[in-house]
Design a protein around this ligand. Structure first.
Ligand code: SAM
Ligand code: SF4
Length: 374
């Protein structure tokens, strides 16, 4: 039987679920089967992924304090609420002292690491600023806070400079590994090139970063086969960390026009959980983040992801005055919480998921360590 939306060469896997779950290599057909699983098959997938996670990376969940330090962006990704052309967005750049105070909060509360995230700019003032912030965060924490950057596509020199100053992980989602789909969700111009995105991922690895990437799940035009290919792409790229979550529409973006093509939010959420579980089986020793977008659909969304494979949570430490201006999608959670409330609420939730928090630890991915030793 041919699958919907796939090429003519595509055949559905007819293997029984328990046989697939015993494998350590997975074909595209196997992965589609996992992503489409329901009922008892889905329960079996989730149990297998939870067991694999505990066996390989343990029960700990690591915190990365997320600081969305600026929503200025030169790009126009068709899905993103803070895209350059959205004139309704009030643009901000948090002051250095507020960013550093958020990082100090992370350090004081033994979060282990912070993530500095922003729109994508390539001006020298932006590059210098990130560089200065990285050095200052290292200085304020005696070199103890781990630093992840998520500031988009940059040149090799910039990535190298930030790495030398102390950043050691970088998150740059491929968004979709399917070039046609990538072009459908980005403007068709040089500033939004699929090849450049791939090149940046290669550069980041060559510079020595722990490499994180990921995709959006439930995009318009996306098929199950696309998602299975995304998982295989992550494996081929040999990434250390993955952050992937449901696509959520935003009414002031061009992609909103296609909202009638979308699965329901609940279906996107369920599919995102099956993606996390399938990825844990495919790449057992990587770090997998429980995406904030999960929580936008289900208040316990991130805890559900932790139960079935994720091991990283990113509490939002963005100064509360700016949170409403970093609206990537509708219903983004925790807009009116301060950092303390956020931490308390997370602790209770992680406990619910039967995990413990790796306080004061960087929580580097085992995969990265294995890669270093190889
Ligand atoms: N500008 C940097 C970049 O694009 O890599 C970092 C910030 S960007 C806001 C971080 C991520 O937000 C993107 O990689 C994208 O996957 C996600 N995102 C943007 N709009 C989204 C939406 N409508 N639904 C879900 N995720 C979204
Ligand atoms: Fe800018 Fe990143 Fe949003 Fe694209 S996803 S518009 S680069 S902030």
């Amino acid at each position: 039987m041919k699958s919907k939306g796939a090429g003519n060469d595509y055949l559905r896997s007819v293997k029984p679920m328990d046989e697939i779950l015993r494998q350590d290599q997975f074909s595209r057909a196997d992965l589609v089967r996992l992503l489409e699983s329901a009922g008892a098959d889905r329960t079996a997938l989730f149990s297998a992924a939870a067991a694999r996670k505990e066996e390989v990376v343990g029960k700990k969940v690591y915190f990365r304090g997320l600081v969305e330090f600026s929503n200025e962006c030169s790009k126009d990704c068709l899905y993103c609420g803070i895209r350059h052309s959205n004139s309704k967005v009030v643009r901000y750049e948090a002051a250095d002292k507020d960013i550093l105070a958020a990082c100090r909060f992370a350090w004081d509360n033994k979060f282990g690491s912070v993530v500095l995230q922003s729109g994508e700019l390539s001006s020298s003032s932006f590059i210098n600023r990130v560089d200065r912030l990285v050095k200052q965060i290292k200085a304020l924490s005696n070199g103890e806070l781990g630093i992840t950057l998520s500031c988009g596509e940059q040149t090799r020199e910039t990535y190298q400079r930030w790495f030398r100053s102390g950043a050691h992980r970088y998150l740059l989602r491929i968004e979709s590994s399917n070039i046609e789909l990538y072009h459908k969700i980005h403007p068709n111009n040089e500033h939004h090139s699929f090849e450049k995105r791939l090149e940046c991922l290669r550069l980041l690895k060559a510079c020595g970063y722990q490499l994180g990437t990921g995709v959006m799940i439930g995009l318009p035009f996306q098929t199950m086969e696309n998602l299975a290919e995304d998982l295989l792409f992550l494996k081929r790229l040999d990434v250390d960390m993955v952050g992937m979550g449901p696509y959520i529409e935003h009414e002031d973006t061009p992609l909103y026009e296609y909202r009638t093509l979308l699965k329901s939010k609940k279906e996107r959420f369920d599919l995102a959980l099956r993606m996390v579980a399938a990825l844990r089986l495919l790449m057992p020793d990587i770090n997998i983040a429980a995406a904030t977008a999960l929580q936008a659909i289900d208040p316990a969304g991130r805890e559900k992801a932790v139960k079935i494979g994720a091991n990283i949570i990113m509490p939002n430490l963005t100064p509360s005055a700016f949170r409403k201006d970093y609206q990537l999608y509708e219903d983004k959670p925790c807009l009116d919480e301060d950092a303390d409330q956020c931490r308390n609420c997370l602790e209770a939730r992680i406990e619910l998921a039967g995990s413990e928090i790796g306080y004061g630890e960087w929580g580097d991915s085992r995969h990265f360590k294995n890669r270093q030793e190889a």
